[in-house]
Design a protein around this ligand. Structure first.
Ligand code: KG4
Ligand code: ZN
Length: 352
């Protein structure tokens, strides 16, 4: 069974063809970074317009790279939540039109479920690790969300949030710190690169990151701590101090993410941990997660970096169980800025 996935929830227009086992036949991503970079962040209106311009060529390329025509596709999957409403509407309307014209079933997918299942994707050009076994504990760390989940199966009713961030998402913290340091948007990849050449012990950033054993996160204090450092010491130029500051910041974030994932796995009594979302592309996080997994006897699954950041292959794969059951949202499919996964952490609630 082949599924066409379409993703337009944020600043990437993506389409992919994936089979029911997660084998990726094609994976096309058109990034809007150049559109938003001059503004230092995503401008929703510009995102919608750019999706509208790129969606058709991206979908056509995904089909042609997979070497299939629309009539060989068994169903269409589209991100319907969470995300920027205008951006989501573009993908959903195109998917509805395609499904109507080709009489294919259409399934709306929660973007977060896509990230949680990205570890199951298999790319033809890369030797892949075995997929994770259910149940597992997953850390999702992206630009919009950061939370730990217990995942008992591939459907959203089988996912339970264990704890989330009370303020900024981890990727948002990377982006804000990068902006503060004049490093442009998006910040994650640049901070990753600079931190690699820095010493995390030279600059001390003091900020509470929530109690060590709580499964909730907080990143806004750390961001403020970087801002305070810059106020007191001046903004570093392109020098070693910049690299050390990035390394100090990144180490604090990665330590918290990896530590709490291990705590969650122990508490849930599961032996597999999975990472997903753009921040899981971070090199230090990948290395530290591998070390922690080995130390605690856990098996670790981290998708390839290209499957961590936004893509449509994960969206196609997340629709497989519903398509196999013959379900379709068809004309009733609507968009929402909110996830359908139940939340337990109140964002912005402050320290309890
Ligand atoms: O999953 P994603 O592509 O989109 C969302 O659903 O938000 O995540 C994007 C976020 C951005 O905040 C970006 O700065 C961050 O992931 N990111 C990284 C890295 N690559 C992307 N953060 C740290 N290190 C990276 N290498
Ligand atoms: Zn995402």
């Amino acid at each position: 069974m082949l599924v066409l996935g379409i993703e337009t929830s944020c600043d990437e227009t993506a389409a992919a063809v994936v089979d029911e086992r997660g084998a990726v036949r094609s994976d096309v991503i058109e990034s809007q970074i150049r559109v938003h970079a001059p503004y230092g962040g995503i401008v929703p209106e510009l995102a919608s317009r750019d999706h509208l311009k790129n969606a058709r060529p991206v979908i056509e390329t995904a089909l042609s790279r997979a070497g299939v025509a629309l009539d060989e596709i068994a169903g269409i999957a589209v991100t319907s939540r969470p995300g920027l409403s205008g951006a989501l509407l573009v993908g959903v309307q195109i998917a509805r039109g395609l499904a109507f014209a080709s009489e294919l079933p259409l399934v709306g997918v929660d973007h977060l479920l896509g990230h949680l299942l990205a570890a199951f994707l298999v790319y033809p050009d890369v030797a892949s690790a075995p997929p994770p076994a259910f149940p597992f504990v997953a850390l999702l760390a992206s630009g919009g969300h950061t939370a730990l989940y217990r995942v008992d199966g591939p459907e959203h009713s089988q996912v339970r949030e264990l704890g989330a961030t009370r303020d900024d998402a981890a990727g948002e913290a990377f982006d804000k710190v990068a902006k503060l340091l004049g490093l442009g948007y998006p910040g994650g990849p640049v901070v990753d690169r600079l931190a690699h050449e820095g010493d995390p012990t030279r600059i001390e950033l003091t900020a509470p990151m929530r109690a060590k054993n709580s499964l909730e996160f907080s990143f806004s204090g750390l961001k403020t701590s970087v801002a305070r450092y810059v106020e007191q010491n001046g903004r570093p130029g392109n020098d070693q101090r910049l690299r050390d500051l990035c390394a100090a910041f990144q180490t604090r974030v990665v330590d918290a993410l990896v530590h709490k994932t291990v705590v969650a796995a122990t508490r849930e009594g599961v032996s597999t941990i999975v990472f997903g979302g753009g921040v899981a592309a971070n090199r230090q996080l990948r290395t530290q997660a591998a070390r922690a997994a080995e130390k605690h006897g856990l098996s670790l699954c981290i998708p390839l970096p290209r499957a961590c950041t936004d893509n449509a292959a994960m969206i196609a794969y997340a629709a497989v169980p519903r398509l196999l059951r013959g379900e379709s949202d068809a004309a009733g499919l609507e968009v929402s800025p909110h996830t359908a996964l139940p939340r337990v952490t109140r964002k912005g609630a402050g320290n309890r």
